[in-house]
Design a binder for this molecule. Sequence first.
Ligand code: ATP
Ligand code: MG
Length: 266
Amino acid sequence: MSYKDQRRFNVDRKTQVIAIINQKGGVGKSTTAINLSAALSENKRKVLLVDFDPQGNATSGYGIDKETIDSDIYDVLINESPIEDAICDTCEKNVFIVPATVELSGAEIELVNEENRESKLKEIIDQVKDEFDYVFIDCPPSLGILSIDAFMAADSVIIPIQCEYYALEGVTKLMESIKMVKENLNPDLEIFGVLMTMYDSRTTLSKQVVEEVRKCFGNKVFKTMIPRSVKVAEAPSYGLPITQYARITKGSLAYMRLAKEVTRRG
Ligand code: ATP
Ligand code: MG
């Protein structure tokens, strides 16, 4: 049954709106948005994934054909299309997605002169969030207006950090942005967790990076680390989360462990 056809109920738990953000490209934001949503869905959590990146990687990673989308996040944001019309079903029973296409790249410019530009996404998400346990916002690799909107709409952020040289490069800038947002726009914004991605247990580099990040973020760093895995990288080309594409693999099991850790945190 499609989202529009079903009777919709509010969930019992308090909804967590979480932006998955790091302005550094290719650190595993979209991969985490897709696979954490799927793993939470298996824990009977209902998830709305808002693709807020013009690259639309979360959208295609769930096998949604961008050519067939009636309404996307751009239409909701700029053309005042109802959010309900943009919510798509996915191959996961409890995961719904608001897709994005390259059209969204125009939104940054179109929002420049809007008075309430920082709160547009928040207003949209607030209309439906009570129906979901988690709302994830997959952010673009930049700290422009779209990311500010995501910071405003979110209760907290998950920061994926890739286990590689210069892992913390840019994180200082990200923390400064979060501080600025807390001071001026959203005082309640918190760090939900920091996630180490593409971890390779065979290298000392990975271990060193984790140590360095733990020094910086302490127990905000999730115990679960996502290993580097070819299967994880392949899954989006089949339009499936790793939990469906290759269930009993280290990448899939890691995302399932992460989901448990996330539910324990709130
Ligand atoms: P962008 O900043 O461009 O939005 P991103 O932060 O969303 O990127 P992803 O698209 O999730 O990052 O991942 C970047 C690349 O790394 C992709 O090709 C993805 O398949 C691959 N990748 C992500 N996680 C893993 C992993 N655990 N093991 C192997 N490859 C991975
Ligand atoms: Mg991405």
